[in-house]
Design a protein. Structure first.
Length: 174
């Protein structure tokens, strides 16, 4: 099945954070506060996504106040941190949202993401994802993690679902 055909069924996008929403760097201040750098275009892509009714969830193995803040800023309500077994969280979301694997798209970059990528309907990774993940993913973004990869994914799915003209109409005045 083609990427476009798989994308037509997506109702929920699941994102990893480090190495997907960020470039994977973990920076600490002298006081021990963790800093993460997020891309504004990725955030806008996620907002466009949610405006047309496609849900977004974050599942990450680490825990960070920056992730909570970014998710709140974007209006992402499903945030699961310290998820050491991501497939357990995935199954809870499926049940809660009454979705099937076919309705889920997942984005990951490392070995801990493989169970989700193998199970979901449409899997994505970034160019610097580990080889095993790149071998499993349906699509490898041209944009780097933390530098537009999430936006690219949003656009691929929105265009496949025929929602792109609706998204653009919000910004174009006739």
């Amino acid at each position: 099945m083609s990427i476009t055909e798989k994308a037509r069924h997506i109702k929920l996008l699941i994102l990893d954070v480090d190495g997907v929403m960020t470039d994977g760097k973990i920076v600490y201040t002298h006081t021990g506060e963790e800093l993460k750098f997020f891309d504004a275009k990725d955030g806008h892509g996620l907002r466009m996504f949610m405006r047309v009714g496609i849900d977004v969830a974050i599942i990450t193995g680490r825990s960070s106040a920056a992730v909570e803040k970014r998710a709140a800023d974007l209006g992402i309500g499903m945030v699961f941190q310290k998820a050491l077994n991501k497939i357990d969280v995935y199954e809870k979301i499926l049940k809660q949202k009454n979705l099937t694997d076919r309705n889920i798209s997942a984005v990951g970059d490392d070995l801990t993401d493989l169970p989700l990528l193998k199970r979901c309907g449409l899997s994505f990774t970034v160019p610097d994802g580990v080889e095993e993940v790149k071998n499993e993913a349906d699509y490898i973004t041209s944009r780097l993690a933390g530098k537009g990869a999430v936006r690219e994914i949003c656009e691929v799915i929105l265009k496949a679902q025929g929602l792109w003209p609706e998204v653009i109409a919000r910004y174009v005045q006739e």
